[in-house]
Design a protein. Structure first.
Length: 367
């Protein structure tokens, strides 16, 4: 039964859950499962007991019930025989799950973010606290994806109820790093075979890939699972009690970062943007410098935005929005006085917001 399950159950299903379903849905004995798995029966028993203890979690329970209905019922066996399951369909489904998992886990890494799931709802939402009991919705998630994340123990719920709130677990943070590396590797492979402009979801890069593509000069770590410095500033209040950065300014910064990340995708997976770091002056940038030109349209959008900001403002925008440097580090590197960086950053984001609005107006008039 163990070998058959590998073909009938999606690959994202944890091994313990596969064995739990084999035992509960088909009546296969623990000793038989242990024999086919090549391990001791006590190992299988612990796995089954652990899965059973997690069924108080509504997402875990729903995931197990859905898997049982789809892959172990008599109708499922008739409707989808093994011979009709295509390998490319399975691969496409797995890639879609990884893409959705990456999107949701990245949002859950933002401080104050939770996944809210209501009973009998087809969708869940990721919300981020904005202070003063306010919140902002940052993602909508299909409940099947949420169930998979819970079954894999990537999200956990401390207090299930009519509206259950899930947070990312330590296992989820580890999985996020692995997913980021896998998607990046796929994008690099596609580019190497002449598909540099192939459509692929925006994905961040790992520090290892940056080091490999940066040549002799080590690159700074631009992105991690940690939140953007903009998120922390958005939770602060000014003298009038209003958010120091409103949602429109944060969105402008995130838009710049997304284009920056897209512009990095290429054979060398790294580009030199130091031309805009006027304080450092460590290099120059050109449209045709190097082979890793990534997405040309995204690169042009980033260059246009930074050029419009000008010296100083482009510095802080590049460091804080794209490289995700903290304000204290940015102030130190640019020789600014303490606590002055947040004011300059807000001015840069206001100018950046105006830049995107002007571009949108130009496209509207041309269209």
């Amino acid at each position: 039964m163990e070998n058959n399950m590998a073909f009938t159950i999606p690959a994202w299903v944890p091994e313990g859950a596969q064995r739990y379903l084999a035992h509960t849905e088909t009546g296969q004995s623990i000793r038989d499962i242990a024999r086919s798995a090549g391990c001791h029966a006590s190992t299988i028993l612990r796995q089954i007991r652990r899965i059973e203890s997690r069924r108080d979690d509504p997402l875990v329970d729903a995931a197990l019930q859905s898997l049982a209905d789809q892959h172990f019922s008599e109708n499922a066996a008739k409707d989808e025989p093994l011979a009709n399951i295509r390998g490319d369909d399975i691969a496409a489904a797995e890639e879609e799950f990884e893409r959705e998992a990456l999107r949701v886990l990245r949002r859950l890494c933002e401080t104050g973010s939770v996944l809210a799931v209501a009973e009998d709802m087809d969708k869940a939402v990721v919300v981020r606290g904005t202070g003063d009991q306010g919140s902002t919705r940052t993602a909508v998630v299909d409940c099947r994806v949420a169930q998979a994340l819970a079954l894999k123990d990537w999200i956990v719920c401390d207090n299930p109820g009519r509206i259950s709130r899930y947070r990312i677990s330590s296992a989820g943070r580890t999985a996020l790093s692995q997913l980021m590396a896998e998607v990046e590797n796929r994008a690099r492979t596609r580019n190497e075979i002449g598909m540099s402009e192939a459509q692929s979801p925006f994905q961040p890069m790992t520090a290892k890939a940056q080091a490999e593509g940066a040549g002799d000069r080590p690159r700074r770590i631009r992105y991690s699972a940690a939140e953007s410095p903009l998120i922390g500033l958005a939770r602060r209040r000014d003298r009038d009690g209003k958010p120091f950065l409103d949602e429109t300014l944060v969105s402008a910064g995130e838009r710049l970062r997304e284009d920056f990340e897209l512009a990095q995708v290429g054979p060398k997976v790294a580009q030199n943007w130091d031309h805009f770091l006027t304080a450092g002056g460590r290099g120059s940038f050109g449209n045709h410098s190097g082979d890793g030109c990534g997405s040309s349209e995204a690169r042009n959008r980033v260059e246009s935005a930074l050029s419009d900001l000008g010296p100083g403002l482009s510095d802080v925008a590049l460091r804080c929005c794209c490289y995700l440097e903290g304000l204290e580090l940015a102030e130190k590197r640019m020789g600014w006085s303490a606590r002055s960086g947040k004011i300059v950053l807000r001015i840069a984001l206001q100018r950046l917001k105006r830049h995107y609005e002007e571009k949108a107006e130009q496209h509207r008039l041309i269209g």
